[in-house]
Design a protein around this ligand. Sequence first.
Ligand SMILES: [Zn+2]
Ligand SMILES: [Zn+2]
Ligand SMILES: [Zn+2]
Length: 294
Amino acid sequence: MQVTLLGTGDTTGTPTVSCDCETCQTARDPPEDLREKLRARGATITAGGGVERTRFSVHVYNERTDESLLVDFSPDFRRQFLREEVPLPDAAVVTHIHFDHLDGLGNCYRLIDELDVFAANKTDPQTGESVAETVASDYAYLDQVTVEPRTPLESFETCGFEVTLVPVFHPPLLCYGLTVEDSETGAKLSITGDTCYAIPEESREQLAGADLLLAEALVPAHLCDYHPLGGDHHDDEGVPRTFGTKHMTREGAIDLAGELGAERTRLVHVAHFYPAEEAFAEPLAVDGERYTLD
Ligand SMILES: [Zn+2]
Ligand SMILES: [Zn+2]
Ligand SMILES: [Zn+2]
């Protein structure tokens, strides 16, 4: 299983359009020693010498079956596939219907002849539709796409992998994390999806024991001071593990990774609000990192 982090940013990405904060400036033009460090970590260095955190997407290649599974359709789909030169997907999973995870699906037009798109079948009280139904209605004009509704916590097979959607907590919308497992090699990838720290117990059990965990970590905990709702799900020292109500803090994601016993963890869905001196430190991921799980 070869995992490529196509998009590791939040909904505005880094650099953010028209932002001249120190973090975005550092991403556009990192000092030489940081650039070399990031390159050594597997980051893709752009033609301009910078690094990126584009909107969220993960590419999972099965070398046994020569098939590719895409997790979420980033609005940066085109740029990501040009930049990383990974194969186009044979199937995909959509975690939830927010712009930064779904609105790249239209890029499949004239690129892909047939694509199964898996998504949860549970009706969201907020929208009156399941994620699968929203994807199907939003992209009804795309004949190439077949939406495959699936029941959360029941595994299904695609691209030679066992995939399981796990409910997480990203109010007000229903959202799912997932696991991707190769039963032949035992490799396991876990992705939290967009979520606060309050992930239900049965989802935690499914996410546990991964070779690689991709955990969302929008901001560091100290930025909860600037959220109108502050933080939530505090640890014993009073550090918030949730930012507002929808997302994990860096500290929350690191705690979660420890609890889930992940062999390796990368923090994703990272916002440009991290101070520049924290934004490129481990274990925060940048676009282009690749991992082979076996
Ligand atoms: Zn910025
Ligand atoms: Zn979201
Ligand atoms: Zn998101």
